[in-house]
Design a protein around this ligand. Structure first.
Ligand code: FMN
Length: 187
């Protein structure tokens, strides 16, 4: 089994989300490939980039490096997304990454009757986050990934969060331990 770890933990080694992800990843079987978004300088798509990509799609130039991230994502058996809870969702870099991954005829395609059909290999996506406060019904980042998973054809999504980590007086270690207990149940 191959796991693609999409690391959107922008604070690097100081990130509590990253430490939870590493604990989880140490339990998964097979090869883990990491893409560290904090170290990449991914550009959001502008008009020129959209035009270039469309031309390459039309030409069937699927080996072009422009499609590397999409092909990598589409080939993994399992996706792990590690991201802090920022502004009710996740850091903008993660959205930019999805712009690079969400490519027609690699991640999804349109059927003859105009239905969108997901075509990635992964059967599950695990989303790990930590929050300063509490998500409390505003889990927009994870919900967005549930939509993306559906579009790409990933049937199962799983969510783990350590919440309240910036709340004054809270027992941070206990909050992290609760998240670790959720991780232990993932299998
Ligand atoms: C730019 C930014 C935005 C944040 N937005 C929220 C938020 O909307 N809600 C919340 O509960 N915490 C928010 N936080 C706090 C983080 O979710 C919290 O500190 C988290 O544990 C950081 O994860 P990390 O240790 O992996 O970097 C924000 C922190 C930053 C730096």
């Amino acid at each position: 089994m191959t796991t693609l770890f999409v690391n959107a933990c922008m604070r690097g080694e100081d990130s509590r989300t990253l430490s939870l992800c590493r604990e989880y990843l140490s339990t998964v079987d097979g090869e883990v490939t990491e893409i560290n978004l904090a170290e990449r300088d991914l550009k959001p798509f502008d008009a020129q980039m959209v035009a270039d990509r469309s031309a390459k799609q039309k030409a069937g130039a699927w080996d072009d490096p422009l499609f590397d991230l999409a092909r990598q994502f589409a080939a993994a058996d399992h996706i792990v997304v590690g991201t802090p809870y920022w502004d009710l969702s996740f850091p903008a870099t993660l959205k930019i990454y999805l712009e690079h991954v969400s490519v027609c005829d690699i991640a999804f395609r349109y059927t003859e009757d105009a239905r969108c059909e997901g075509i990635v290999k992964a059967r599950s996506l695990t989303y790990i986050t930590t929050c300063g406060g509490f998500v409390e019904g505003m889990n927009f980042g994870y919900e967005y990934f549930c939509g993306i998973a559906k579009m790409f054809g990933i049937p199962e999504t799983r969510f783990v969060a350590a919440e309240g980590l910036d709340v004054v007086g809270i027992d941070t270690e206990e909050q992290l331990a609760r998240a670790r207990a959720q991780i232990a149940k993932l299998g």
